[in-house]
Write a protein that binds this ligand. Structure first.
Ligand SMILES: Cc1ncc(COP(=O)(O)O)c(CN[C@@H]2CONC2=O)c1O
Length: 482
C-alpha cells in the first residue's frame, strides 16, 4: 500500500517554497550543537554562535520591563487587587493593565477577540500611528496579526490570482516574500537594490522591471518595500520614498510597506519615515494610493518574536475589498491576545512623566545604542577581511557583506554541488561554530556572493566572533588563493 502522502503527491507550491533563514546551514548547526552536547570536544569550538536569525531574546536581550509587567497583570487579573502587587509592579503598569482589561470583553485574555483585534487596542495603535506620523489613522484600518508574517501572507492571498500575477520584490529580499509568493502561486518580479550606492532603490530599476514583467504577460499587482532593509540594512531617504509613492500611484500598484524595523535606525543622518506619512504629506489619501503598512513586536528594541504580535494598517481599498480582507481574517478567528496587547504597548509606550518612563527609556536607549555599536564593530571587521566589502548597517539587525571568492573556491563549491556562498558558510560553521546565512537565500546580482550576519550576539561575544571569523577567513583564503 503506497503511503497516503509522498513529496510527489503534496501541493507543488509547497515544494517550490524556500526559506533560507532556517535552511540547511541552520539544520547542520543544530546537528553540531547536539554533537557538542553529547561530546564537548567533538568540534573545534565549544558553542554554536547563531547569527542567522533576528531573534534578540534567544541571544540574551532582556524584554522591556514595563511591557512584561502589563502582560503579566493582564494575564492574571486576580493579583491586581492584592496589596503585594503595589510593591512589585509600577503604578502605571497596574493602571495600564486595568485600562486594557476594561477594553477586553469579559476582561478575559483567554477569550477570542474581534477578528481585527480588540477595538480598544486598535484605538491605541491608531493613536500611536497618528502621534508618529502627524496624520490621522483609523482603528478600523488596523488588522492585528500573529506577527507581520501572517499579515504578509494574507495580502499575497488577496492579490495573487495565478502565476500571471506578479509582485515586485527587492533583491536581496527577506525570503518571507519569495516563499509567500511561491505558496500562493504568483510570480516574484525582482528589482535589484544597488549595492554600489548603499543598497539604493532606484525608481528607474522599478520601471525597467515592471516593463519587462508586462512584456512577459505578467500583471504586476504590488510593490514590496522593506524599510529599513532586511538583509541589507539601508534606510530610505524621504525623497526616495516620495518617488516610490509616486511610482505606485502612477502605475496603479499596491504599496506593501514592510516597516518592522522602524525603531532600528543607527545612523544620525537617517530617520525613519513611514510610507503612510510620506504619502499623506504628498497630499495623497484614501482615493489616491492603496497602501498596506506592516509592523511587528519582533524587532525594534522590544524583540518579542515569540509573543507573535504585529499588525497591518490597510488603507486605500474599497469597502467591498476590505470586507474580503476581514472575511479572510475571520477564518482564523483572531490573533493571540498577548501579541495584541504587546502591539498596543509598542505603539504607545510610557510617556514623559509616567512612573515607568525613566526606566523604560533607559532600557530602550541601552538596547538601541548597543545594537548600533555592534553593527559598527561587525561592519568594520568585515571590511578588514581580504576580498570582503560591507555596506554600512544604517538600520534593521543585519549586515550583508559581499565576498569575492577565489576561482578555486568556486570550483570546490561546484564539486560539492553547493552555491559558493553556502560553501563558505558551511566551512565557516564547521570550523568556528558561527552560523551565517548564504546570500543565495536572499537573492543577489548573479555572479556576486554574499552572506547575512545578524548584529544580535551580546556585545561581550562580538570580539570572539570577530577573532574566530578573521582566523577562519585567513585560512580559507590561503587554502583557495588562485
Ligand atoms: C523584513 C521582515 N518582515 C517581516 C518579518 C516577520 O516578522 P514577525 O516575527 O512579525 O512575523 C521579519 C522577521 N525577520 C526574520 C526572522 O529573523 N530573522 C529574519 O530575517 C522581517 O525581517
Amino acid at each position: 500500500m503506497a503511503p497516503p502522502v509522498t513529496v510527489d503527491t503534496i501541493n507543488p507550491k509547497v515544494l517550490e517554497c524556500e526559506y533560507a533563514v532556517r535552511g540547511e546551514i541552520v539544520t547542520l548547526a543544530q546537528n553540531l550543537q547536539q554533537e557538542i552536547q553529547k561530546k564537548p570536544d567533538a568540534h573545534p569550538f565549544e558553542e554554536i554562535l547563531y547569527c542567522n536569525i533576528g531573534n534578540p531574546q534567544s541571544l540574551g536581550q532582556q524584554p522591556i520591563t514595563f511591557f512584561r509587567e502589563v502582560l503579566a497583570l493582564c494575564d492574571h487579573p486576580s493579583i491586581l487587587d492584592k496589596s503585594e502587587t503595589q510593591g512589585l509592579f509600577s503604578a502605571d503598569s497596574i493602571e495600564r493593565a486595568w485600562q486594557i482589561l476594561d477594553q477586553i470583553p469579559g476582561r478575559a485574555t483567554g477569550a477570542y477577540s474581534h477578528s481585527q483585534g480588540i477595538k480598544g487596542l486598535r484605538d491605541t495603535i491608531a493613536a500611536g500611528i497618528e502621534a508618529r506620523d502627524g496624520f490621522p489613522a483609523d482603528p478600523n484600518d488596523i488588522f492585528l496579526t500573529d506577527g507581520a508574517s501572517p499579515a504578509v501572507h494574507m495580502m499575497m492571498q488577496l492579490l495573487i490570482r495565478s502565476e500571471k500575477d506578479g509582485i515586485l520584490c527587492p533583491i536581496p529580499q527577506y525570503p518571507l516574500y519569495s516563499a509567500s509568493i511561491a505558496l500562493h502561486g504568483g510570480t516574484l518580479v525582482p528589482y535589484y537594490l544597488d549595492e554600489a550606492t548603499g543598497w539604493g532603490l532606484e525608481v528607474s530599476e522599478l520601471k525597467k522591471q515592471l516593463e519587462t514583467a508586462k512584456s512577459k504577460g505578467i500583471t504586476v499587482r504590488a510593490l514590496v518595500v522593506i524599510n529599513p532593509g532586511n538583509p541589507t540594512g539601508q534606510v530610505l531617504a524621504e525623497e526616495n520614498q516620495r518617488d516610490i509613492v509616486e511610482f505606485c500611484k502612477q502605475e496603479g500598484l499596491v504599496l506593501l510597506a514592510d516597516e518592522v524595523y522602524q525603531e532600528n535606525v543607527y545612523v544620525p543622518e537617517k530617520k525613519f519615515h513611514s510610507f503612510k506619512k510620506v504619502s499623506r504629506s504628498m497630499g495623497y489619501g484614501e482615493k489616491d494610493i492603496s497602501l498596506v503598512s506592516f509592523q511587528s513586536v519582533s524587532k525594534g528594541y522590544y524583540g518579542e518574536c515569540g509573543k507573535r504580535g504585529g499588525y497591518m494598517e490597510v488603507t486605500g481599498f474599497a469597502a467591498d475589498v476590505r470586507e474580503q480582507i476581514y472575511k479572510v481574517a475571520s477564518v482564523n478567528l483572531c490573533s493571540n491576545i498577548s501579541g495584541q496587547i504587546l502591539a498596543s504597548l509598542v505603539m504607545s509606550p510610557p510617556k514623559v512623566g509616567d512612573e515607568s518612563y525613566e526606566s523604560y527609556s533607559a532600557e530602550r536607549d541601552g538596547i538601541l545604542s548597543s545594537l548600533a555599536r555592534r553593527a559598527k564593530t561587525l561592519e568594520d571587521a568585515f571590511n578588514k577581511l581580504e576580498g570582503v566589502t560591507c555596506n554600512k548597517a544604517e538600520g534593521a539587525m543585519y549586515l550583508f557583506p559581499r565576498i569575492c571568492l577565489p576561482e578555486k573556491a568556486i570550483k570546490a563549491a561546484e564539486a560539492a554541488k553547493t552555491a559558493p556562498d553556502a560553501f563558505y558558510c558551511r566551512r565557516l560553521l564547521t570550523a568556528t561554530g558561527i552560523v551565517f546565512v548564504p546570500g543565495s537565500g536572499f537573492g543577489q546580482v548573479p555572479g556576486t556572493w554574499h552572506f547575512r550576519c545578524t548584529i544580535l550576539p551580546q556585545e561581550d561575544k562580538i570580539p570572539e566572533i570577530v577573532t574566530r571569523l578573521t582566523e577562519f577567513h585567513q585560512s580559507f583564503m590561503d587554502e583557495y588563493r588562485d
